[in-house]
Every structure is written in C-alpha cells, then in structure tokens.
Design a protein around this ligand. Structure first.
Ligand SMILES: NC(=O)c1ccc[n+]([C@@H]2O[C@H](COP(=O)([O-])OP(=O)(O)OC[C@H]3O[C@@H](n4cnc5c(N)ncnc54)[C@H](OP(=O)(O)O)[C@@H]3O)[C@@H](O)[C@H]2O)c1
Length: 331
C-alpha cells in the first residue's frame, strides 16, 4: 500500500481509502452490519489506513459502524468525516428530499459555525474518538459566508479536535478562497474514468497549489467493475436505479468499453475494477481513491489495486479507448 500526504498537513491517506457511504444503508437499499464490519477489518488487514464517512450516511449509522469496526485499532487508522448536511434541522440551504421506507427526509446544507461545532461533537461521540484526522465540508452552503465556515474549522484545528481541514464538492474558486482562510488539506470531488469534469479546473488547481484530492466513486458506484447487465434490477431504495450512468444504454456502452480492457486486465492478472482503480490513483494530482465495499471480499480485492504496476504505455492505451466512449450525457 502507498500512503500520501494530504496537502501540507501531517495527515496521510492510503491510496485506496475505505468509503463508508454504502454501509450506512440509506440510498443504497440497506446494508448488512456484520458484512460492513468485516469489510473494514479486511481493508485494514490489507493495508488500508484511512476511512471516509459522514454523519449523513445512514443518519449516524455509518460513523457508528466505523467506530465498532476500529475498536482497539484507533491508532492504526485515520478517520475522515464531514459536516454540513443536516437531516435533523431546517436551518441553512435546502438541498434535497429523500424518500425511503415510507418516510420523507429533507436534507439541508448547513455550514454555519454553531452547527459545525455541534456536528463535530456528535461525530466525535459516534466515532468514539477524541479527534478527527480530516474534517471536510460535505457541500458548500450558499446561505453561509465561507469566512464563517472556515472560522469554525480554524477553531477546531486550534482546539485539537481535528488534525486537518478539508472540503468536498467545491469549485476551484471556492477551494482557493477557503485556502486563504484556513489551510485546506484536501478536496473530495467525484471522479472516475467516466466522470472527468475535475480535470478542467479542480485537479490542476489542487495540483499546482499542493492541495490533496481524494476522489469519490472511482468505480462509478460499481459500474466500472463490469458486473452490471443492462437489465439489472436494483434493490428497493438503491439510488443507482435512477442515475444516468445506470440506464441500460449506458451500461451497454460501458461494458463494451470494458470488454476492450479485458486483455490488459488479464495481462496484469487483475480484475477490471482494479485496473480502473489503478488508473485512477495514477492520475496526476489524485492523492487517493475512496472506494466503497459492502463486504470483506470486495474490500480485499479493491485494496490490491494499490499494488498493480500498470505502465504509462498501458495508461495511454486506456485513455485512447476512453476517448472513443460516448459520455453519459451528450455534451
Ligand atoms: N463527498 C461526497 O459527496 C461523496 C459522494 C459519494 C461518495 N463519497 C465517498 O466515496 C466513497 C466511494 O464512493 P461510492 O461508494 O459512491 O462509489 P464506488 O466506490 O465507485 O462504488 C462502491 C460500490 O461498488 C460496488 N463494489 C465495490 N467494490 C466492488 C468489487 N470489488 N466488486 C464488485 N462490486 C464492487 C459496491 O456496491 P454493490 O455491491 O451494491 O454493487 C460498492 O458499494 C463513499 O463510500 C464515500 O465515502 C463521497
């Protein structure tokens, strides 16, 4: 496993970082707690040291599961969590509405200082720890000045409750403004072979300004493992059913692209998913890939992506093939 510093902070991330969204269950059609804990143990056994979670993932459940999984191992892991999405208060900027199990939940973006300080205390309790290694603003709250949000992060850094400050889903301009107010260790944007918007601005900005980039959904939520058939039926409540990347025509297109990658995966004696992950962590400026895993088998497999030696020539071949893949939405 390789470990990379996030920006100028002392915090390091393993290039394959465990993503704990799906194990929270919400938006993923539920999750199995025992499998989730085994997935985290398998990740740690395979050299993964960083775990990314958020209060919103299962409304606290993901953070609590992570705490259970790392009991007795806190010194072996870096905990990355987030603030700024509230389901338990209506202050801030309305974000979206979630309908699950017959219940409607309204989610608000709230990055006000008072809310951040409260959220941090709640996360520390759920994670059963005295500090968070990386504390990230989940989404920009446009009803709050960035100065106020960054002031809260500066206070938490000073108090030793967090070791590094980060942002997520921020534009390059917002990262630049934030970084003037408090040292930003990393941004957390979406990035995969089939979703490459950050290459235009966020990635170059972070690369040039020594800010870490920990990318999310590098397998495009499982699509890039090649396991989905165009007629796949998702479990009730799995958000992927309505996503553009999971519509039958696009699944067909991606699978045809992945078929062309199979000989390369075979040459490296690896899976398509791991070839995809290795390509991701080799992109200039990418510090780590946050990968979700539902069970120990997925977690063990994903961690192996860090050990592959995919050459620059092979990466160039992949890029050539990718250039022929029509984007999910016509540009
Ligand atoms: N900051 C943000 O706004 C944000 C947004 C999204 C994600 N994230 C972070 O990024 C992490 C990863 O993103 P993600 O979970 O959306 O997407 P992902 O890592 O691209 O996909 C994860 C899903 O793919 C499937 N999968 C994983 N490994 C597999 C394997 N080896 N073989 C077959 N299937 C496999 C699993 O689902 P199935 O088995 O059900 O197919 C798993 O839940 C999240 O957990 C979260 O920490 C952050």
């Amino acid at each position: 496993m390789e470990y990379r510093h996030l920006g100028t902070s002392q915090v390091k991330a393993s290039v394959i970082t465990y993503g704990a969204w799906a194990i929270g269950g919400t938006m993923w059609g539920g999750s199995d707690e025992s499998d989730a804990i085994k997935a985290i143990h398998a990740s740690i056994d395979a050299g993964v040291t960083s775990i990314d979670t958020a209060p919103i993932y299962g409304y606290g459940k993901s953070e609590e599961l992570v705490a259970r999984a790392i009991a007795g191992k806190r010194d072996k892991v870096q905990l990355f969590t987030k603030f700024g999405l509230r389901w338990d208060s209506t202050e801030g900027e309305y974000f979206f509405e979630l309908q699950e199990d017959g219940k409607t939940t309204k989610i608000y973006r709230n990055a006000k200082k008072k809310s951040i300080i409260t959220e941090c205390e709640n996360s520390l309790k759920r994670l059963n720890t005295d500090h968070i290694d990386l504390y990230q603003c989940h989404w920009r709250d446009h009803s709050t000045e960035l100065d106020e949000t960054m002031e809260a992060l500066a206070q938490l850094l000073k108090d030793g409750k967090i070791l590094a400050a980060g942002v997520s889903n921020f534009s390059a301009e917002e990262i630049a403004t934030s970084n003037k107010l408090v040292p930003i260790a990393s941004d957390q944007p979406p990035y995969s072979m089939v979703l490459r918007d950050i290459e235009k601005d966020v990635l170059p900005y972070c690369r040039e300004n020594n800010i870490g980039v920990i990318v999310y959904s590098p397998l495009q939520r499982g699509l890039l493992t090649g396991k989905f058939k165009p007629d796949h039926k998702f479990a009730q409540g799995d958000h992927r059913a309505s996503q553009p990347h999971f519509q039958p025509e696009y699944i067909k297109r991606v699978n045809a692209f992945l078929d062309q990658l199979k000989p390369m995966a075979e040459k490296h004696q690896t899976t398509l998913g791991n070839l995809v992950l290795n390509w991701t962590i080799q992109q200039p400026g990418v510090s780590a890939a946050l990968v979700g895993a539902r069970d120990a088998a997925q977690a063990t497999e994903n961690a192996k992506a860090a050990h592959l030696k995919v050459s620059a020539e092979d990466i160039a071949v992949v890029d050539k093939l990718l250039a022929t893949l029509e984007p999910v939405v016509a540009k």
